[in-house]
Write a protein that binds this ligand. Sequence first.
Ligand SMILES: [Zn+2]
Length: 282
Amino acid sequence: MGENAMGLPLVSQDTIMIIEGPLTKITNGLQDPVQAYLNLGKDLVHLNALIGKTIKVKSTGFSTCKACKRQRDEPLFRMGFCKPCFFESPMAGDFILHPEKSMAHTGKVDRDLKIESDIQLQPHTVYMADSGQVKVGVTAGNKPWNRWMDQGASAGKILAITDNRYEAGMIEVALKAHYSDKTHWRKMLQGNRSEQSLHEVTEGAKKHVPDGLIHFIQADGHESQIKYDMPEQLPKLNWIKLNGTVTLEDELIGLRGQYLVFKSGLAWNVRGQEGLEVEMSW
Ligand SMILES: [Zn+2]
């Protein structure tokens, strides 16, 4: 066993292991290629080390809400939250998916002004990324490469850094009229690239930033090129979602974003099932 930057002991890759816990999002480290770690229960798995091995994953029938932490014997409602938390927790407010709906800068409360202020009233980055197609996105802070890796982007470039989440959301809304804000999972996993460079893309995008917000534009924002542990040739891809009857048992061949890709072509989005309790073995 080794230690890593997350401070948790790494699970051995060599012996038969069975680990269990609620799914959490994969933590990606910006290396060449990206190194992916999955925290399951008290264990941390270095996923790159499992490539080439057959792994088994099955649902235990339970799930754990990421807000109230209560274990339930039924699926979660949405985004890792149980139904009450999805409608009441400040962590699941409208501003999460729609940054332009942020209100803390006006002093108006949505669900919990203290938590909303902590999240919204900090610098945010508006970026352009190539994740199978060019897209615009917003993320907190000024280190967007963590988000780019989570989305499986081949590259990302900073367009603007704002003072708060609302301003970033307003830039994103203006750009959504011209660019996608979604990632197409199949194009992303296949590593499709836009024909335009991100430099050209951001230069074009700057023209669409609303007048009152152009002072947030970065003249030549940071750009990252990102490589993943994926085979050159992929089988035909099929999306899989685990539940009480659907389980996984297949050879892991690749990792990109929040996806594990298997030899048969199954593509499993771990973050999409956040909170689902699973037993994983190899
Ligand atoms: Zn809950």
